[in-house]
Design a protein around this ligand. Structure first.
Ligand code: PMP
Length: 281
């Protein structure tokens, strides 16, 4: 297997990281996770655009031009002969240098690798449970930063309670999931938190909003409360790896009779069609 670095494609075994690395010591970097369906990237340009937005927001240089990066990522799937469902992880950090908080004058580090990853078909069919958790993160969650401590703590709590995701809230307002965006349907309206600085602007979120009219839904990018969430007709979360994942229970309260809602299912079908996925869920 090969990995893409700032110096081009190299064998995975030869990727070595020094212990004085900004990503390791400070979480000083940004990342992306990109879906690959049957060897082809999904929403590639959207992810690359977001990577550059995140990097710019923390004054970090990506060691590729956008076009160059897209071409190199295509070479990576070709070289590894990826034909199945998989995902790409990539990160850019502020380089390797003796530990000091202020920026060092060294080049950024970059790596991207591909991992086999099946679609969570059974969960997409049956839905999953969620818990609620305080959103204790900083104000700039639109930056896809390597600092994920609050996110992993929330996800771990969810896991320990037998849930798939933690739905985060701040001052009573639902923001997003620990690694997903949150949507609710009430009547004919699809609600999700506006793409403000305090949530990640999910690539799947954007695609779902574009598909809403197919399910006869009007879109409201309007903040909603925990109470409104608990009284929703249908709830789902979105992410690159979880696609459109139905939520059938929140904090022990059953949603849409404990099965994925009809409108959620219509959106799932539309999503599969748009991404060229052979329908399975
Ligand atoms: N919010 C957070 C905090 C996330 O980590 C993710 C997953 N990357 C998302 C939302 C969903 O983003 P996307 O649809 O681009 O995967």
């Amino acid at each position: 297997d090969h990995v893409l670095t700032q110096d081009g494609l190299i064998a995975k075994e030869s990727l070595l990281y020094p212990f004085e690395e900004r990503g390791l010591q400070f979480g000083d970097g940004v990342y992306e996770v990109i879906r690959i369906y049957q060897g082809k990237y999904d929403l590639l340009e959207e992810h690359i655009d977001r990577l550059f937005r995140s990097a710019e927001a923390i004054r970090l240089e990506v060691p590729f031009m956008k076009d160059e990066l897209i071409t190199s990522l295509q070479k990576l799937t070709d070289r590894n002969d990826v034909q199945t469902d998989a995902k790409l992880y990539l990160q850019v950090t502020r380089g390797s240098a003796p530990r000091e908080h202020s920026f060092p004058d060294v080049p950024s580090n970059f790596y991207a690798y591909i991992e086999q990853s099946d679609r969570p078909v059974s969960l997409l069919q049956h839905g999953v449970r969620a818990i609620l958790a305080d959103d204790i993160r900083w104000d700039l969650c639109y930056i896809k930063s390597l600092n994920l401590l609050p996110n992993i703590l929330a996800k771990q709590t969810a896991k320990e309670k037998g849930a798939f995701e933690a739905i985060l809230h701040k001052q009573g307002i639902v923001t997003e999931g620990s690694s997903s965006n949150v949507f609710m349907i009430k009547g004919q309206i699809l609600y999700t938190h506006p793409a403000a600085d305090n949530i990640l602007h999910g690539c799947v979120r954007k695609k779902v909003l574009a598909l809403a009219s197919r399910a006869g839904l009007q879109v409201a990018e309007t903040a909603f409360t925990i109470d409104q969430l608990l009284h929703a007709d249908e709830i789902f979360i979105t992410s690159t790896t979880s696609e459109i994942m139905p939520i059938i229970e929140v904090e022990g309260k059953t949603i849409s009779n404990g099965v994925p809602g009809d409108k959620t299912r219509v959106l799932q079908r539309a999503y599969e069609n748009e991404s060229g996925i052979h329908a399975t869920a």
